[in-house]
Write a protein that binds this ligand. Structure first.
Ligand SMILES: Cc1cc2nc3c(=O)[nH]c(=O)nc-3n(C[C@H](O)[C@H](O)[C@H](O)COP(=O)(O)OP(=O)(O)OC[C@H]3O[C@@H](n4cnc5c(N)ncnc54)[C@H](O)[C@@H]3O)c2cc1C
Length: 409
């Protein structure tokens, strides 16, 4: 039986383990941490492949500058490097109608694969999965009036007035002008998903090795023969690198992936049930997610690029609360817990995956940005097929269509 080592046990690594396990492969997941925290745990948990455009889109730059001037911009740029400047240039270059249209078609195609996978997993274990849509909340009338035009005759977008919005979002106040309901997206509790997926994979024979940072590979005849940490070697037939925003290992094998860490924050708390949102809310103008879960709610926001610094300060969380406050009634945030993490963000929201150009048994699976929970199952489906069927990148239509190695900037 072929053996695959997956380096990085975030959602992308675990989904790859799941898909390979189902294809009867022998799988080991190695992680530098004990897989209890990180980007895949503290995020909003939206499974939102449908009807939401990529970050890089026409108008994004003027819109962000407008918010920056008002002091409300979720985007913060810290420091400058050559890579960041290249990334920003590619981001701007991709903000075209044509690219957005293409990306939405890809999101639609691969979104269905993802949704099927989560429906399947929900039969195996609980992760607070609800396929009940997302409500985009508007606080700017001009924006709302412009966007509701797209709802006319759209099968999956419905414009709601304030009263209808208030029924699912009892916490909003009358500064909200209305909302657009996207009925095909879903939500889940990412921590529960990660914890229960690890347990499930272990029960199916997947091996986990914790607290082990892979430093590099040893190569022979154009292939990696082993991966090594500071004190151990690991041999396998295939190696998947799914290390999220930490791209140092990919760089070591000569592939400096065009992605940057984009820091985001979340606050998880309990609140009065009568004010708790009934489905996931996205305050569109404020870039704030407000997501109900069985036992709590989670606020998420911010996109800080250019900084690799972990941790957080109280100011960042306060600014999220201050940005939301004008649009909600007063409510108490009970037992709050605070978190920050990094999205592995490509300039055009297209993930980077497929076989390494130089070492054919190294497969990259990265760059899922703000959509890692959303597209991890679809990317894992494609990557596990490459391994299972021993395909080259060029023999997989899905790699050619959906990987940034081919649909790049
Ligand atoms: C505030 C916020 C909100 C978000 N909301 C959503 C959302 O609603 N929906 C959505 O789809 N996405 C969302 N995301 C994005 C999503 O969280 C990420 O895309 C996803 O978690 C990335 O998963 P990953 O497996 O690529 O990386 P990670 O989860 O970062 O996993 C990488 C793993 O690799 C390990 N590792 C790194 N280097 C090594 C090495 N050399 N050796 C061994 N191990 C290594 C790390 O320890 C880590 O466990 C959000 C992100 C943030 C920050």
């Amino acid at each position: 039986m072929a053996k695959t080592i997956i380096i990085g046990g975030g959602i992308v690594g675990l989904m790859n383990a799941y898909k390979l396990m189902k294809k009867n492969h022998q799988v080991t997941v190695i992680d530098k941490s004990n897989i209890t925290d990180g980007a895949s745990f503290g995020n909003a948990g939206l499974v939102s492949p449908f009807e939401e455009p990529p970050l890089s889109r026409p108008g994004i730059i003027s819109q962000t500058l407008k918010l920056m001037l008002k002091g409300e911009s979720p985007l913060i740029i810290n420091g400058v490097s050559k890579k960041l400047l290249t990334w920003l240039w590619l981001f701007a270059k991709n903000a075209t109608e044509q690219r957005v249209e293409k990306t939405l078609i890809l999101f639609e195609k691969y979104g269905h694969i993802t949704m099927e996978c989560y429906e399947e997993l929900a039969n195996e274990f609980d992760f607070d999965f609800h396929h009940d849509g997302v409500v985009m909340i508007y606080t700017d009338l001009e924006d709302f009036e412009k966007d509701i035009k797209e709802c006319e005759n759209h099968p999956h977008k419905e414009a709601w007035d304030f009263e209808k919005t208030k029924k699912v979002a009892p916490c909003i106040n009358d500064k909200v002008v209305g909302s657009i309901y996207l009925d095909r997206n879903a939500r889940l509790n990412p921590k529960l998903l990660m914890e229960n997926l690890v347990t499930f994979l272990k029960s199916k024979g997947v091996e986990f090795i914790y607290n082990t940072r892979i430093l590099n590979f040893e190569y022979k005849n154009g292939k990696a023969v082993k991966a090594f940490s500071k004190d151990r070697d690991f041999e396998a037939d295939n190696f998947i690198i799914s290390t999220g925003s930490d791209t140092s290992l990919s760089k070591k094998c000569g592939n400096d992936l065009m992605l940057i860490p984009a820091k985001g924050y979340s606050i998880t708390f309990k609140m009065d049930d009568s004010l708790k949102p009934k489905i996931a809310l996205l305050f569109k103008d404020q870039f704030i997610g407000f997501i109900p879960r069985n036992d709590s709610v989670r606020l998420t926001s911010k996109l800080e690029i250019g900084s690799y610094k972990e941790g957080y300060d109280a100011k960042s969380f306060q600014s999220i609360i201050d940005t939301l406050k004008p649009f909600v009634v007063d409510f108490k945030m009970n037992e709050p817990s605070y978190w920050s993490g990094f999205r592995p963000l490509t300039p055009n929201d297209i993930p980077l995956f497929g076989r390494d150009k130089r070492y054919s048994n190294i497969i990259h699976a990265n760059g899922l940005g703000w959509l890692g929970i959303t597209f991890a199952p679809a990317v894992a489906d494609i990557v596990s097929d490459l391994i299972d069927k021993n395909l080259k990148n060029e023999q997989s239509d899905d790699v050619l269509l959906f990987s940034g190695f081919y649909q790049g900037c």
